[in-house]
Design a protein around this ligand. Structure first.
Ligand code: HEM
Length: 372
């Protein structure tokens, strides 16, 4: 069993990975443009005056669209602090074991499905970190509302054009969003130290739940393809290098800009791809011909800083939950190192919302049982 390489995944992924790397690349006549070096990527991400967010909900836009509206008036999210990260990670550990046990009870002998199994542990972990005063019942309720909204958003985000029965799709999205915001209005009333509106908290929670679920599932898929236990922190970084869930992020130019010697007109889409940057030999140690291979050992000597390929973005809109995201992944990799994981079927890479491995079914046997 194996996972499709992203190189063979085609679609937007294929177009970005095969772009010429000499200068900022135009992916079509008139754009969109792609940053092809770390300097260009930093220029795009750290200058929101010149590179604004796209106005639509889908930040990883459509390659065919070379023009875009911008969305101004950004929220700046404060980073999740260390104490809340620690509580979130602790919640994840507990809820992950509970989810495994619940699956073993309700579906004995059946493989786990990583994208499903990670939902509640991640939802409760992130909700604990973002709403630290919430009691368990409130946390669980809010977490479930966020998952429902994430699910209802999926067809809206995946649609290249409005789907059949768009009205119903939009209504389902609006209904789940309003239910979440109502639950959040109550929960936030008990959070004197959290300075977020219900809408902002909903955005933070959705970003902080959907992405780590995909990252955790990729981590499991990679670990299941290794022949021996892998050091957890290196495994987490290597997963975010080869399969960063937010593999592509878009900005729209607010004026004409010079990007690595290339002139990009105003109102055009520019992409930054952590997945592309993660394959640049100046950012990643190891054999330049082997950068598409999972090798957690490349991070072990500490010679090169992991994360230079920007899996959490950069600049004022870099990920405020990066320490929690890493904490969840390292906790999951720690559990993975104590088990032999085996994929139950080939894993495909879904590109409809960032990237995620679907399905990602696996079995897990404690290594201690294997030795005896
Ligand atoms: C492994 C896990 C995670 C990864 C790989 C990840 C990745 C990213 C990336 C690449 C961005 C920047 C997108 C852009 O510039 O367009 C981002 C933004 C964001 N992330 Fe994360 N993230 C993770 C976990 C989390 C968690 C746990 C939270 C919440 C607690 C969170 C909340 C957010 C928010 C609110 C933004 C938007 C920031 C802004 O627009 O100012 N993320 N994330």
């Amino acid at each position: 069993m194996h996972m499709d390489g992203v190189e063979s995944a085609g679609g937007q992924l294929g177009a970005v990975l095969s772009a010429p790397r000499s200068a900022a690349a135009a992916l079509g006549p008139g754009g969109p443009w792609l940053a092809t070096s770390l300097d260009q990527a930093k220029q795009v991400l750290t200058d929101p005056e010149a590179f604004d967010f796209p106005g639509n909900v889908n930040r990883t836009g459509d390659l065919s669209g070379s023009r875009g509206d911008t969305r101004s008036g950004h929220t700046l999210f404060a980073p999740v602090g260390p104490e809340h990260v620690a509580r979130g990670v602790e919640t994840f550990r507990r809820e992950w074991l509970a989810a495994l046990a619940e699956h073993d009870r309700s579906h004995p002998g059946e493989p786990y499905d990583a994208m499903r199994l990670l939902r509640r542990p991640v939802a409760r972990s992130t909700t604990t970190a973002v709403l630290p005063s919430a009691d368990d019942a409130t946390r669980d309720r809010v977490g479930d509302h966020v998952l429902a909204w994430i699910d209802a958003l999926a067809p809206v985000i995946a649609a290249h054009r409005p789907p059949w029965r768009w009205g119903r799709v939009r209504r389902a999205e609006a209904d789940t969003r309003v239910a979440l915001e109502d639950a959040l209005a109550d929960a936030l009333a008990a959070e004197p130290d959290v300075d977020l509106s219900p809408q902002q908290a909903a955005t933070m929670l959705a970003a902080g739940i959907q992405v780590p679920i995909a990252a955790g599932a990729f981590l499991i898929a990679w670990l299941a393809q290794q022949t021996q236990a892998v050091e957890p922190t290196s495994a987490a970084w290597e997963t975010l290098r080869l399969t960063p869930p937010t593999w592509l992020t878009a900005r729209v130019t607010t004026r004409e800009v010079d990007l690595g010697g290339v002139t990009v007109p105003q109102g055009r889409v520019v992409f930054v791809s952590p997945l592309l940057l993660g394959r640049l030999s100046d950012l990643v140690p190891g054999d330049p011909d082997g950068l598409d291979r999972f090798d957690a050992g490349r991070w072990q000597d500490g010679a090169r800083r992991p994360g230079a390929w920007l899996p959490f973005g950069a600049g004022p809109h870099a990920c405020p939950g990066r320490n929690l995201g890493m904490g969840i992944l390292v906790a999951l990799a720690g559990w993975g190192a104590r088990h032999e994981l085996v994929l139950s079927e080939d894993v495909r890479i879904d590109q409809s919302r960032g990237i995620s491995p679907e399905p990602c079914r696996f079995t897990a046997t404690p290594r201690s049982e294997l030795i005896s």
